[in-house]
Design a protein around this ligand. Sequence first.
Ligand SMILES: NC(=O)c1ccc[n+]([C@@H]2O[C@H](COP(=O)([O-])OP(=O)(O)OC[C@H]3O[C@@H](n4cnc5c(N)ncnc54)[C@H](OP(=O)(O)O)[C@@H]3O)[C@@H](O)[C@H]2O)c1
Length: 282
Amino acid sequence: MSRDRVPTRMLPSGDEMPLIGFGTWRLHDDTLRAALDAAIAAGYRHFDTAQAYGNEADIGDHLAEYDREEFFITSKVVGSDLAYDRVIRTCRESIDRLGTDYLDLYMIHLPNPAISLRETLSAMATLVKERLVRNVGVSNFDAYRLSCAQHIADVPIAVNQIEFHPIFQQPGLVEYCTQTDVVIEAAAPLGRGAVFSDELVTSISEKYGKSNAQVVLRWILEQDIVSLPRSSNPAHVEENIDILDWKLTEDDRHALDDHPRDEAIYTMPTAHWENDDYGIIH
Ligand SMILES: NC(=O)c1ccc[n+]([C@@H]2O[C@H](COP(=O)([O-])OP(=O)(O)OC[C@H]3O[C@@H](n4cnc5c(N)ncnc54)[C@H](OP(=O)(O)O)[C@@H]3O)[C@@H](O)[C@H]2O)c1
């Protein structure tokens, strides 16, 4: 499969971001290497990692043998490192571990109301000016926080990476992002496995002779939303990008739109405050 076949979204920088990316949370060592081999062979050129995933160095080692320009690489800074100097330092560390000169997209992994957003975004603008980062994004931002970021940032907020799958659709937030030209990336697009036992998804999949993963990822693609499926299984990796040659009918698309859609898998009503990678206090 050619990478040119994966449709893209243009970001404010003029860069084209492939609408299917490879999620890498919890992938390490040999499992990660085998998954990356399968992903590159299948046509993925967009990789999503983060400081908190602890796998940037392995990803960097693996991608080193390819032409950097072929790839779209995202990393994220954790909520506890959002002070100006820490953002700059953390980004440089991610870039070093990934063995690259720049990130295509750098994002705030989750909001931290204890640290000034203005300060964080000022650091992001510095990183863009220094050509270490090509596009700036946020993740897990609700519409209020995103709107605040848009009003104070000196660089466009290109992307909001949020939980999105048929069982948790966040329609108000999606609408706000769409209205303000913020590209949505679907984190946990397979609901971390929840879509595999879903009756509606299963009944639609059976009609098309496709897997539940393929139907959900196709439904996301048809909304011009980026998906970031993760798999440790090379056959799944390949299956998840093999969604470009067919379409859902309007009725099936709408049936998925109308699925009961308020069941979050990872989005929490309150943040973790401390003691893990996603805590917001060091
Ligand atoms: N910004 C954030 O806060 C945030 C939060 C969550 C996720 N993300 C990003 O989004 C990515 C994806 O989310 P996720 O990793 O939470 O979960 P996910 O992609 O929704 O689901 C991954 C699970 O689905 C299984 N799977 C994948 N393809 C399959 C297939 N074709 N058939 C059967 N099972 C399949 C995988 O198992 P196998 O390994 O056995 O295939 C794995 O257990 C992450 O890796 C990360 O990059 C970001």
